[in-house]
Design a binder for this molecule. Structure first.
Ligand code: GLC
Length: 600
């Protein structure tokens, strides 16, 4: 009991910065190779396992000698406060540091549009909106700010950027893709890597970037999440491998294979692509982390699955709830007699050295703990100002007629729509929880609040039932949040996402002479031809995040819209998939082409 009290006292002293971050591994080996040679097989095997931080405890961390923990989507401490995140981080890291060799753990998180699990963090537009900015410098700055807000809670490994080149809007992860165009993804993906990793991983505000999901996660038939990408190698390389070249050149330190398959073979077991192409040809030399239990999707027994993924190139297994120690001992420990053929020791050393190298690069041996000195930066005014700029630049104005936009502060403005005052829908998935949620899920400014911030002549009327004396109207509609396969759909018709009140409001507006603008929150282009035709103005706002003021900046003309579609906008489901990379483009059918967007 006394030990626990001392440990808690030490941790509280740490977290309030009273104790200097000391060198906690005084006699650690100088190189990963040297350290590897000191390790027992249980220590080796522990490094290959990444488990869920809300399930593991200091006891199980020590028992399994774990190499890493992750906070899965929405996996926050009981109280979702930055301090609670930091305390849990330091407590679990202290357990790892107390083991024989004192090897610090890597802590990974999905901070895909800001440090989005943490309540109060700055939430940026999702990648589809950043793609519409075409602004690599801005993307780099956003990644740097995200790294600051990740490091503030101790974490130092981001499972981002996603380099998907989404080809089919039916895919639930379309919004995690910058563009249908590999060149746009390449430029912005490399910028994100630079922003996350900075000039050195040892810098206090750098985090390890993870380029994902290799490869052709966004190229599956029908946009099916974790589905099959059916294409020849030339298309695979020119469309889906292409962005990884620049990202690797930018120094990406980690990579995550895709759940999906290429021509029927699961990526997690594809040694041609994971080793011959990725490592030997493209020169990737970082850490390969599997996706969430993805090895279990490979054929055969658990032993077979682990062996196939490991030999193909996976170094560390994201195995949130199942420690793979027994199977790995059978497969790797020469002193364990089993029927399993042993994996070459050379491959085992390569994987462990890849893992340890990242820990050395991040300077974790000397600085395993984090004090609370940076917590104030989470959701700071300065960070939110950059997010607001990103929102402005991400909006794509598809239509603006009858002098609808910009609005003025002398006009009487009516705001309608189910998403007008819904911060959760404004942020989308991967926000506070894995799937995201509706309503006041975190700290931010809704569109309605932002319009009120601009003008006092504003009323909210969900159904636009009284338009007397109204000069302009804005109706905010769209998708409710989703993530991954939960967002897969065969129907992108916006009409099916409208609430009854939305439909009534649109009906009333169409029956009036009041010029109105539709603001659409969506993770992808939608089939909205009727709504676009009937409105006077239409803005694709994507999933802009917490800073709704950026939308009002454009609505009121404080800034002129500059966003350009990074995805072709279809006119009907029958046209999907339709991409500017198609040989037949631009003669194919669509409503608005890649690159479209109007200004004032
Ligand atoms: C998810 C996603 C991946 C994410 C990982 C950890 O299933 O496929 O993008 O990084 O699990 O949350």
């Amino acid at each position: 009991m006394k030990k626990i009290i001392i440990l808690c006292l030490l941790l509280s002293l740490f977290s309030c910065g009273l104790l200097e971050e000391t060198n906690s591994s005084p006699d650690i080996a100088d190189t990963p190779e040297e350290l590897y040679n000191q390790m027992t097989y249980p220590e080796v095997i522990g490094q290959l396992n990444q488990m869920e931080w809300n399930t593991e405890t200091p006891t199980t961390v020590k028992q399994h000698l774990l190499g890493s923990l992750l906070a899965g989507g929405g996996s926050s401490p009981t109280s979702n406060t930055p301090q609670a995140w930091l305390d849990q981080y330091n407590s679990l890291q202290a357990a790892a540091m107390s083991t024989r060799l004192g090897i610090p753990m890597l802590f990974g998180i999905d901070a895909v549009h800001g440090n989005n699990n943490v309540y109060g963090a700055t939430i940026f537009p999702h990648n589809i909106g950043l793609g519409a900015t075409r602004d690599a410098e801005l993307v780099e700055e956003i990644a740097h700010i995200t790294a600051i807000e990740v490091r503030a809670i101790g974490f130092h490994w981001n499972f981002a950027p996603c380099l998907a080149v989404a080809q089919d809007e039916r895919w639930g992860r379309t919004y995690e893709s910058y563009s249908e165009n590999p060149q746009v993804v390449s430029e912005l993906g490399a910028a994100a890597v630079r922003g996350y990793q900075g000039t050195s991983l040892s810098d206090k505000y750098s985090v390890l970037a993870t380029i994902k999901h290799f490869v052709a996660d966004g190229g599956t038939s029908g946009g099916t999440n974790e589905g099959n990408a059916n294409m020849d190698e030339e298309i695979l390389r020119s469309t889906h491998v292409f962005p990884y070249i620049a990202a690797i050149d930018a120094g990406a330190g980690a990579l995550m294979p895709s759940f999906s398959s290429w021509n029927g073979e699961k990526m997690h077991g594809n040694d041609y692509l994971l080793t011959e192409v990725l490592k030997d040809e493209l020169g990737f030399s970082g850490l390969i982390i599997s996706d969430w239990t993805a090895h279990t999707q490979l054929p055969g027994t658990l032993h077979d699955q682990i062996r196939n993924a490991f030999v193909a190139g996976v170094d560390m297994f994201m195995t949130p709830y199942v420690f793979l120690g027994n199977e790995m001992d059978d497969l790797m420990n020469p002193n364990t007699s089993t029927s399993q053929a042993k994996i070459d020791e050379e491959r085992i050393e390569e994987a462990v050295v890849n893992i340890l190298t990242v820990k050395y690069d991040l300077n974790l041996f000397d600085n395993p703990y984090k004090d609370n000195s940076d917590l104030y930066l989470i959701g700071s005014t300065e960070h939110r100002a950059v997010a607001r700029e990103a929102v402005r630049k991400s909006l794509v104005v598809l239509k603006n007629e009858n002098g609808t936009l910009p609005l003025t502060t002398t006009q009487n403005i009516l705001v309608a729509g189910s998403k007008a005052d819904d911060l959760g829908s404004q942020c989308g998935g991967w926000t506070i929880t894995w799937q995201g949620g509706t309503g006041d899920t975190t700290i931010g400014t809704t569109v309605l609040e932002a319009i009120h911030n601009k003008s006092s002549n504003v009323i909210y009327n969900a159904t636009a039932s009284n338009l007397t004396g109204i000069d302009r109207a804005a109706i905010v509609v769209g998708e409710t949040p989703y993530a991954e396969g939960d967002g897969d759909t065969s129907n992108l018709d916006l009409t099916t996402r409208l609430t009854a009140q939305d439909k009534t409001a649109i009906k009333n507006l169409n029956a009036s002479n009041v010029p109105y603008v539709v603001i659409l929150f969506s993770g992808r282009a939608m089939i909205a031809s009727d709504e676009i035709a009937n409105s006077d103005a239409f803005i694709a706002a994507w999933l802009p995040g917490t800073e709704g003021d950026g939308i009002a900046d454009i609505l009121f003309g404080d800034y002129s819209p500059t966003g350009k579609l990074s995805f072709t906008w279809p006119d009907s489901m029958a046209q999907i998939p339709v991409n500017s990379t198609d040989d037949t483009y631009p003669s194919t059918e669509y409503l608005y082409p890649f690159g479209y967007g109007i200004s004032y």
